[in-house]
Design a protein around this ligand. Structure first.
Ligand SMILES: Nc1ncnc2c1ncn2[C@@H]1O[C@H](COP(=O)(O)OP(=O)(O)OP(=O)(O)O)[C@@H](O)[C@H]1O
Ligand SMILES: [Mg+2]
Length: 232
């Protein structure tokens, strides 16, 4: 990493369940193994279960465990919601007001302290946080470059190019697309040809393809390669 500059990245996906948290966790550990301090942030987590009358944000906790940071939960995850819905919809149902300024100031306080801050969205880039304010707007307001996590198979060209296109139109820098295998699949022609098509038509690099892995350790190498590519 050049000097001791503080860097932030926003991790979105082409959809929910594509592996944003898995990839973010792998990258947090990779940055640490490269000698950098790394902190996660999950501005809004929906679909939280209730335990002992408290909402438990599973993604946030996974990210905290991967990074090993000791920060107040309300800074890393300012908003927790019960319903497994888009934040704007869940917040309205639960009588909670999501405020972008609380997210932005929490991000600023973390990003000042760590070499790398990784922010995970919820769902994809066009998901609303409140009213017409989308994750797309938050990424722009945070002034962060974007990493897109995509599925490997048929259909991903469309979803990935749409995500790249809307981000670029908003003036957001797209650093790359990470293709992630959430299950074991037999690789067909789509899986083999998609990375090149995405690079060519999306005009963004695919810095790595993450295979399905039962143990985190077996993905260490690919995450280290990706981390080095995106930090340069
Ligand atoms: N490369 C992988 N190898 C093995 N399991 C994976 C891999 N990627 C993701 N998974 C698993 O797939 C599931 C979905 O991944 P993950 O929770 O990271 O998705 P997400 O995009 O963060 O979802 P959400 O939109 O809910 O935040 C999880 O159970 C995760 O552990
Ligand atoms: Mg997640």
């Amino acid at each position: 990493m050049r000097g001791k500059s503080h860097k932030g990245f926003f991790i979105t996906g082409t959809d929910t369940g594509v592996g944003k948290t898995f990839v973010a966790s792998g990258l947090l550990q990779a940055f640490k193994s490269l000698g950098m301090s790394a902190c996660p942030m999950k501005p809004v987590e929906t679909g939280c279960k209730t335990k002992k009358e408290k909402l438990v944000p599973e993604d946030t906790l996974r990210l905290i465990r991967a990074s090993g940071v000791d920060e107040p939960l309300d800074i890393i995850n300012p908003f927790r919601l019960k319903h497994p819905l888009a934040p704007s919809v869940a917040a309205e149902l639960e009588g909670i007001t999501i405020k972008k300024n609380r997210i932005i100031s929490a991000y600023r306080s973390l990003s000042k302290k760590y070499d790398v801050t990784l922010v995970e969205g919820a769902g994809g880039i066009m998901v609303p946080l409140y009213k017409k304010y989308l994750f797309l707007d938050l990424i722009k307001d945070l002034d962060l470059p974007l990493i897109i996590v995509s599925r490997p198979g048929l259909g991903t060209i469309n979803h990935t190019l749409l995500t790249i296109e809307i981000a670029k139109k908003k003036g957001i820098k797209v650093l790359g697309v990470i293709i992630n295998h959430t299950t074991i699949i037999k690789k067909g022609l789509a899986e083999k040809t998609n990375p090149q098509v995405i690079e060519k038509l999306g005009k963004v690099p695919v810095p790595g393809i993450v295979q399905y892995s039962k143990s985190k350790a077996s993905s260490n190498d690919i995450f280290r390669i990706i981390a080095q590519k995106i930090i340069l």
